[in-house]
Design a protein around this ligand. Structure first.
Ligand code: GLN
Length: 538
């Protein structure tokens, strides 16, 4: 029988509910349990694919092409689970299904209502995931903050669900905030009390309370929270701000014995997890043997969440090399204003991530040129590959007006263009080239060497592709197409062999990197960046 853990959040958003859920997943997986993680998002968009990064941060793409919330990125990075579109449910999807059912007459003349029709649909999704995943434990995170109007159907659904399967099989974990008030010099518990009261009002009594705080929770405070929130004191868990890295969270929760408590509540008998490999990762993050600085050139640079998986994958590449990475966030428009040398000098490597829209594109092209000409390691991801291609066309092939038709429809040299099948698409949302697709790497290529295999599967999210009409010209000038779709028609990876490290992919390798399984491209990129600065291999 599958066990269920429902994670809610209170007081404020951005508490790191997703991280807490993911970190609990790490611990349970290391106790030998098969874990699945699921996110419910109360907004009405069908998925976050149509939302701006300013609204939502990164869109995380799964193997099956689902465009999902960035918390699913945490889930995959902290565990070994492979998620599918079943693992992210939005209100938009729920209502779409309910309304379609209504139009098809499936409710047999009944009045269609939030309870039971919407809540049933939510509960169905939990059962469906249990059935399809075969997981021992499903951790379901409810997005938003307790008290939000739009979150109510989800809270009602999990209340009913837990009642139906029994509290031996389903528990509620509430992540809350215990602020430190400087003037009083104290941690304050009132917001937590009120948030728990709000939950209890709708019939959800938390079994575990995870208290996010800046300072340690002392014994008295734990007792106070326990008393006022009606939660045993051992179930009041401290989750202090991490000192160095989010990857410390599983170890912190383990010290608080949260995994032990959860297993006890769910009547799961499991061994204590051996987290020594995880401790070694943290050691490398806190006290690495080497150091390097990497520039990430983007347009949403002020926005920490917009390139979440990219930043994480860079850090993993560092872990793989026992190398601490300082990520320098470079605004592409600054390069346009101040020049590449001024903005990028002294960096070990330059990375251009994915992106949409014209703003900052010329700055990114200058960054690629600077990396190519000065033999600085370059890693291009999706748009970063298209940028490298445009740069090469303009400055090496002397096609000075070369561009992508995304940015200049009338370019005489559309080296990046839309495939015919994409041109017919008018609907937004779920219509790009999405998800994991196979790619064949060339024998003797640097990419092949890094991956150590020649058939790989990587995730995509884009509309534009390299234009094959230009392939020969590029090849003659020393540009290698080292990864192609199995039919040879789509360019997946490019590299410049006569350069210490110049690799770019049409896919998004960052989605497959984990601290315990660093991605080979990022591993190779950080090694090359370190070598450039220190003139010797790690
Ligand atoms: N805008 C480009 C395209 O649609 C690149 C997308 C991306 O970087 N994810 O092809």
């Amino acid at each position: 029988m599958t066990k269920f853990i429902f994670v809610t959040g209170g007081v404020v958003s951005s508490l790191g509910k997703g991280l807490t859920a993911a970190a609990l997943g790490t611990l349970l997986e290391n106790r030998g349990l098969k874990v699945a993680l699921q996110k419910f998002d109360p907004y009405l968009n069908v998925d976050p694919g149509t939302m701006s990064p300013y609204q939502h941060g990164e869109v995380y793409v799964l193997d099956d092409g689902a465009e999902t919330d960035l918390d699913l990125g945490h889930y995959e990075r902290f565990t070994n689970v492979k998620l599918t579109r079943l693992n992210n449910l939005t209100s938009g999807q729920v209502y779409q299904t309910v309304l379609n059912n209504e139009r098809e007459g499936k409710y047999l003349g009944k009045t269609v209502q939030v309870i039971p029709h919407v809540t049933d649909e939510i509960k169905n999704r939990i059962h469906l995931l249990a059935e399809k995943s075969g997981a021992d434990v499903i951790i379901t995170e409810i997005g938003g903050t307790t008290g939000d109007i739009e979150g109510l159907p989800f809270l009602e659904a999990i209340r009913e669900f837990a009642l139906e399967v029994g509290y031996n099989n389903a528990i509620f974990l509430h992540v809350t905030y215990v602020p430190f008030i400087k003037a009083a010099g104290e941690l304050k518990t009132k917001p937590t009390q009120q948030s728990v009261a709000k939950l209890r009002e709708i019939g959800v009594t938390p079994h575990v309370l995870v208290c996010r705080c800046e300072k340690p929770l002392d014994k008295d405070l734990r007792q106070k929270i326990s008393l006022f929130c009606n939660i045993p004191v051992e179930a009041v868990i401290e989750e202090k701000d991490v000192d160095h890295s989010i990857y410390e969270v599983p170890l912190m929760l383990q010290r608080e014995r949260m995994d032990e408590l959860v297993c006890r509540l769910l009547h799961l008998t499991t061994p204590t997890p051996n987290m020594s490999h995880w401790q070694e990762i943290i050691r490398k993050l806190i006290a690495p043997q080497h150091r390097v600085r990497i520039g990430v050139v983007g347009k949403y640079i002020g926005l920490q969440d917009a390139y979440k998986s990219v930043y994480e994958a860079i850090i993993h590449g560092g872990v793989a090399n026992d190398c601490g990475v300082e990520i320098v966030q470079v605004d592409a428009e600054d390069i346009e204003k101040n020049g590449a040398d001024k903005t990028l000098k002294g960096l070990g490597g330059i990375l251009v991530p994915g992106g949409f829209g014209e703003r900052g594109v010329e700055g990114k092209i200058l960054a690629a040129q600077y990396a190519r000409e000065n033999k600085i390691p370059y890693l291009g991801l999706c748009l970063g590959m298209q940028i490298a291609t445009i740069e090469f066309a303009r400055n090496v092939l002397k096609l000075s007006k070369a561009h992508s038709t995304e940015f200049d429809l009338a370019t005489p040299h559309p080296v990046i263009a839309m495939l015919d099948e994409q041109r017919k698409v008018t609907k937004k949302g779920g219509t790009m080239r999405l998800g994991a697709q196979p790619c064949q790497l060339a024998v003797g290529s640097k990419a092949g060497q890094l991956y150590g295999s020649f058939v790989i599967h990587e995730r995509h999210r884009h509309r534009y592709e390299f234009n094959n009409a230009y392939r020969e010209k590029f090849e003659q000038a020393g540009f290698a197409f080292s990864g192609l779709s199995p039919d040879g028609k789509l360019v997946e990876v490019i590299e410049i062999p006569d350069h210490p490290f110049f690799i770019a992919s049409q896919f998004h390798p960052e989605f497959l990197s984990k601290p315990h399984v660093p991605h080979p491209l990022f591993k190779g990129f950080i090694a090359a960046a370190h070598q450039r600065i220190h003139q010797k291999p790690i």
